[in-house]
Design a protein. Structure first.
Length: 151
């Protein structure tokens, strides 16, 4: 397993608002971004630094269970092979996250990032809780809903 994430580079990121799911009601509609978010240099640097640190400390190898029926591995493969773009795959992942949560899971933001590690394409998925320092404000850019990420 890889233990050095110092060369992790985030190329593009998209954020979706994932509401808390209630046990007895129909799922609340997602607020899906329609384009990648704007990351200023400070936001990109801070996000890369935070993710590098978390992955160095807590990263674990992911091994696919062929018996488990989930669309997530196929979605990731589809993105990495170029069959889906970041907007498409991240929307699919946001739906899967919302549908898998129980009533005790808090609302939050799903950050999905197109990244590179050792010059290989990677896809990062992180559920962000409300955290001091990183702000995501919903905006409309070019007629498309997205989030402006700032540190």
């Amino acid at each position: 397993m890889r233990t050095d994430f110092g060369d992790l580079v985030i190329d593009q990121a998209i954020v979706h608002a994932v509401p808390q799911r209630t046990k007895d009601q129909d799922p609340v509609p997602l607020k899906l971004s329609e384009t990648a978010c704007r990351l200023d240099d400070g936001g990109r640097t801070a996000l890369q630094g935070k993710l590098r640190d978390v992955l160095d400390r807590l990263g674990r190898e992911v091994v696919e269970d062929p018996e488990l029926k989930s669309g997530l591995p196929d979605a990731v493969r589809s993105f990495l092979s170029g069959e889906q773009d970041l907007v498409e795959v991240s929307g699919e992942l946001a739906h899967a996250l919302r549908d898998s949560q129980n009533g005790t899971s808090s609302s939050g933001l799903l950050l999905v990032a197109a990244a590179r590690l050792d010059n290989r394409n990677a896809l990062l998925m992180v559920k962000l809780e409300h955290e001091t320092g990183m702000q995501a404000n919903e905006i409309v850019a070019g007629g498309l809903r997205t989030f402006d990420m700032q540190y």
